[in-house]
Design a protein around this ligand. Sequence first.
Ligand SMILES: Nc1ncnc2c1ncn2[C@@H]1O[C@H](COP(=O)(O)OP(=O)(O)OP(=O)(O)O)[C@@H](O)[C@H]1O
Ligand SMILES: [Mg+2]
Length: 199
Amino acid sequence: MHFIGRGAEAILYKKNSYLVKKRVSKGYRIKELDEKLRRKRTLNEVNLMVKARRNGITVPAIVEKDMEEYKITMEFIEGKILKDFLEKFDKKKREDVCHKIGKNITKLHSSGIMHGDLTTSNIILNNGELYIVDFGLGKNSKKIEDFAVDLNLIKRALIAKHNKIWKLVFKKILENYTLKEKEKVIERMEKIEKRGRYA
Ligand SMILES: Nc1ncnc2c1ncn2[C@@H]1O[C@H](COP(=O)(O)OP(=O)(O)OP(=O)(O)O)[C@@H](O)[C@H]1O
Ligand SMILES: [Mg+2]
């Protein structure tokens, strides 16, 4: 067993060739709510990852879910998270990654999946193959609003963590985002931004 990390609400470790993600109890939440959230997010994550994989999106394969301990066992993906390599890549490699991100978000949305936490820590690159993880805050959705929130999230994550190159990167991602309703999604994203600015 090899400790990988502690996220906002889960601990992660490697066991053989698997990654185990266990949602632990948060003392500051009342017990009923705590159980409810851990249950909901664990189920969400499993269901959406299974659905994503069926629709041809590269996500780690789910191996097991344990609803007693709110624990998911999935394929371990060797590689690096986007946050750690985006700046290090040359232009060509970066564009290739942006292409893949745009295409993957398109596929998620056209499959009726909102990711809900699209950040550069939730994208892993493994031998040129891009994997998306962390679906606990996602949902089944076909709403323009939800897709716009996804785009807004990745944009904000890029601005926050990759301030020198975010514009180029986001532009390339959007170029490769080819959802049928793309225009509407982008329009809505701009509205969300304005809402954020004046709120
Ligand atoms: N299947 C996997 N294989 C390898 N590494 C993984 C895998 N899943 C997650 N990781 C690594 O663990 C980190 C945290 O995982 P994840 O984002 O799922 O948890 P989290 O941020 O704590 O989630 P939550 O917001 O649901 O609490 C990722 O950024 C990634 O580095
Ligand atoms: Mg995460």
